[in-house]
Design a protein around this ligand. Sequence first.
Ligand SMILES: [Zn+2]
Length: 274
Amino acid sequence: MAKSLYTFIILPEASARLHKLRLPVLVLHLLVVIGIISLFVIVGLGFSYAKMAFKVADYNKLQAENLDLKVQKKNLEVSTVKLGTKLTALQTLSGSTVDYRTSDLIRSSDPNVDVEFLKGRTTELENQLKLLEQVAVRRASILRFTPTIWPVRGMITSHYGNRLDPFNGDSEMHFGLDIAALYGSLVHAPADGIVIYAQRKSAYGNLIILDHGNGLTTRYGHLSRFNVQVGQTIRRNDMIGFVGTSGRSTAPHLHYEVRMNDRPINPRTYLPKS
Ligand SMILES: [Zn+2]
């Protein structure tokens, strides 16, 4: 049987000698098959390379995001702890007894606590902080309008409560404190308020009434002179009048009264201990 051959004629240059390449058909077919397989392998490799390149890009992106999240979490941890400290300080300031779980804050700096939890906690703390700030502001405002100092310094010559009338010796209710002081001594407002009365009133003599809001009023009797007018806004320590002995009085002194919703209460409650 004749062997099937393909003959390839190669011309290196126009003038040069002819090269003849004889290849059996089987070899040629084999070469074609190898060529096709190689093509598939190259295309496949190309695809998997592209796939790997995409994966690497994704990985880098994820790593960057992870780093970003770590930074975010660290910041949140720091702000949570800061908020906790601020909250504790405010709690102390406002004397609040509400449980703000400050210990939880410190625990939440555990690296395993997730960012979402910290975010939620931070928002919660911020809300509590706002509330506490409001409480602190309100307390400061209440304190401004609460008597905290002596209107005049001197001996208490008559206490609040039942006593013997200095004029006729009968038992009577004394609605204030009598503080002895020299005639003309300065009388200071013990808290912020508004002057609602400044004129003579029978037994009180020259009387000033200050309104401190929330039902609280104070009275200053037997004055020799006024230093304020009705409607005037008063700050704590302002000079409102002068000690005298006007009205039903035997000697210069200040009759000091504190009333809640117009009911007299013991002014001692509002005086510093010394
Ligand atoms: Zn009195």
